[in-house]
Design a protein around this ligand. Structure first.
Ligand code: ATP
Length: 286
């Protein structure tokens, strides 16, 4: 099978930051055991953004959790920045997180931010944990705040005193301030209005030049298409198609991808009509 169809390989010659091979994840036990991911393989290179799209229940969050060590895989391996983390215990995971190698941004920024810490403390924390001296951390926080287009006036506030868009910018800043190698963003713009959505996507686009690898998860192909170098399509726990964003949109190969593209009219000059979408759905469920 050609590589682009089912395994998201990084560009040759660059050591991947994330290398997932043959990942299986199950939930439940015995008769309630259910497979959530099957045979997922992907890599993400430094400075690359991989978009992962799929409908609700396709396994996107499970993939993120497995990469972050929050659920245990039943088969396969996860290598982050050259370290095989598949068999890490809790202590080793704590060490990896403390070093700030991998960061996570949730759809709801309140989950990424401690409600009792000021924005300044939240942003400084990842740096202080890594041993950056206080004055240097404060200076880096101020520089980063302007990169994510937030006013320094917000630094003294609590997360509850910010708008949703401001909070998500803080969450993105917190994930990136300590220069991680890999950031996983799980539906980071889904809860935002279109102006804030565009702003966050622009900020991420700019920060990519720092060489961080981004995994951008969404159910919406439209949100991912503008930012991802490559797009991986997850369907019922399996990667069914991987390619450049342009290829996936203009030449979708899998029936499910064709349905996704046809359901996102802004992506195509001539959107599919209802009859075409019905026909694709029938084919998918045949
Ligand atoms: N803790 C859990 N226990 C049992 N089953 C789970 C658990 N978490 C997820 N699942 C199941 O695993 C499958 C994949 O779920 P997952 O949350 O990864 O999908 P998703 O693509 O992120 O969906 P959404 O877009 O709705 O967040 C679903 O069938 C879901 O019901």
């Amino acid at each position: 099978m050609p590589q682009e169809e089912g395994s998201a390989g990084a560009a040759p010659g660059r050591e991947p930051v994330l290398d997932v091979t043959g990942l299986d994840v199950h939930y439940g036990s015995r008769r309630r055991r259910r497979r959530a991911l099957h045979g997922v393989s992907l890599t993400v290179a430094p400075g690359e953004t991989l978009g992962i799209i799929g409908e609700t229940g396709s396994g996107k969050s499970t993939l993120a959790r497995a990469v972050l060590g929050l659920v245990r895989a039943s088969a396969g391996s996860v290598v982050i920045d050259g370290e095989d983390v598949s068999a890490y215990d809790q202590r080793q995971w704590r060490g990896l997180r403390r070093r700030g190698v991998v960061q996570y941004v949730f759809q709801d920024p309140l989950r990424s931010l401690d409600p009792d810490l000021t924005i300044e403390t939240s942003l400084a924390e990842p740096l202080l944990i890594r041993g950056v001296p206080f004055d240097e951390a404060a200076a880096r926080v101020r520089a980063f705040v302007s990169r994510v287009r937030l006013s320094e006036d917000l630094l003294d506030r609590l997360p509850g005193e910010l708008s949703g868009g401001q909070r998500q910018r803080v969450a993105v800043a917190r994930a990136l301030v300590a220069e991680p190698r890999l950031v996983i963003l799980d539906e980071p713009v889904s809860a935002l209005d279109s102006a804030n959505r565009v702003q966050i996507l622009r900020i991420l686009e700019e920060l990519r030049s720092d060489g961080v690898a981004l995994v951008f998860i969404s159910h919406d192909l439209g949100s991912v298409a503008g930012i991802a170098d490559r797009v991986a399509v997850l369907y019922r726990g399996e990667l069914v198609e991987v390619g450049t964003a342009a290829d996936v949109i203009n030449r979708p190969r899998h029936t499910y991808t064709r349905l996704l593209v046809s359901s996102a009219p802004t992506l195509r000059a001539a959107p599919a009509d209802r009859a075409e979408r019905e026909a694709l759905r029938a084919l998918l469920h045949a």
